[in-house]
Design a protein. Structure first.
Ligand SMILES: NC(=O)C1=CN([C@@H]2O[C@H](COP(=O)(O)OP(=O)(O)OC[C@H]3O[C@@H](n4cnc5c(N)ncnc54)[C@H](OP(=O)(O)O)[C@@H]3O)[C@@H](O)[C@H]2O)C=CC1
Ligand SMILES: O=C(O)C(=O)[C@@H](O)[C@H](O)C(=O)CO
Length: 279
């Protein structure tokens, strides 16, 4: 087994810490996820981001068990699906069963679904789960400022993270600023714009990449980590897992960061969290 990659940990507001880089497994085909996670662990990843709705928690659990890596060297995140917000305790127990774990490192409410008004009740359940020690940290995903404010006002418990769509074309500056002010760490999902844009062909990005001897994807990921964001790019390819982890041996200067900041276009590739009502 190879040793872990030199990936920094970031502190979370509840006193725990999270590896700044992980591997995400959304849209990894059923039957493929166990091998993908096994490869990620083999090349040195220690942080895996899954969700009950991805349908691959059991495969993640098998890869973790097979790896022989000590549990306290791993960071496993899963998420409460929308239709389970009124039965969060049971849904969490089912996730633990599928993962074959007795605790996760981070448990998230996947979407706020403000049209149903169930997220606050779910958050209260997550607080109890955290108090039981079966989730080392709890947080949310796709929450807007009003959604976050409601949870904090009603319970006094601040989510450790908010996992949101965030990439150079969609930077969510007001939301990021709010989270930063409240000590909520930002996890950027779709950090590479899901591979759905022309980002990697843009001349400014290509020039920066060439200057550092890096790929455009590495420069975009470095832009995230230099702003203290947590990222878990998804790839099924071993060589890209390695490429995506080689981020901590170079730095972008202020002009380079600004050139990527300038790509902001308000372009989201995922659903709008204010209206996403899938159950
Ligand atoms: N909370 C939420 O609502 C959501 C959370 N997520 C989480 O975030 C993770 C990452 O986001 P995701 O939506 O997958 O999008 P990403 O931005 O990580 O993009 C993934 C795409 O980029 C490609 N890719 C990966 N690395 C490279 C590279 N170095 N160069 C070129 N292309 C590359 C992948 O292809 P290939 O596999 O062929 O290499 C895939 O097509 C998910 O896996 C999931 O864990 C994602 C969506 C929503
Ligand atoms: O990947 C996730 O974590 C998501 O929640 C979304 O991609 C969502 O489930 C979806 O599939 C939107 O079409």
């Amino acid at each position: 087994m190879m040793s872990a990659l030199p990936i920094p940990n970031l502190p979370l507001s509840n006193g725990t810490a999270i590896p700044q880089l992980g591997a995400g497994v959304f849209l990894v085909e059923p039957g493929e996820a166990e091998g993908v996670v096994a490869t990620a662990l083999e090349v040195g990843y220690r942080h895996i981001d899954t969700a009950s709705v991805y349908g691959n928690e059991a495969e993640v659990g098998r890869a973790v068990a097979r790896s022989g890596i000590a549990r306290d060297e791993l960071f496993i995140t899963t998420k409460l699906w929308n239709s389970d917000q009124t039965r969060a305790a049971d849904a969490f127990a089912e996730s633990l069963d599928r993962l074959a774990l007795d605790r996760v490192d981070l448990y998230l409410i996947h979407w706020p679904q403000p049209m149903f008004g169930e997220a606050l009740g779910a958050w209260k359940s997550l607080i109890e789960i955290a108090e039981s020690g079966r989730a080392s940290a709890i947080g949310v995903s796709n929450f807007e400022i009003a959604d976050l404010q409601q949870l904090m006002d009603e319970t006094g418990v601040v989510p450790a993270v908010n996992q949101i769509e965030l990439h150079p074309l969609h930077q969510r500056r007001e939301l990021v600023e709010f989270c930063t002010q409240h000590g909520i760490a930002i996890e950027a999902w779709g950090p590479l714009a899901q591979g759905k844009s022309d980002l990697f062909e843009r001349p400014e990005l290509l020039e920066i990449a060439q200057k550092h001897g890096k790929s455009p994807a590495q420069v975009v990921l470095r832009w995230h980590v230099q702003q203290d964001r947590i990222v878990f790019p998804k790839t099924v390819r071993r060589e890209r897992m390695i490429e995506n982890a080689e981020l901590f041996d170079f730095a972008l200067d202020a002009d380079e960061l600004a050139a990527i900041d300038a790509y902001e276009a308000g372009t989201n590739f995922g659903p709008d969290p204010r209206t996403f009502d899938a159950r």
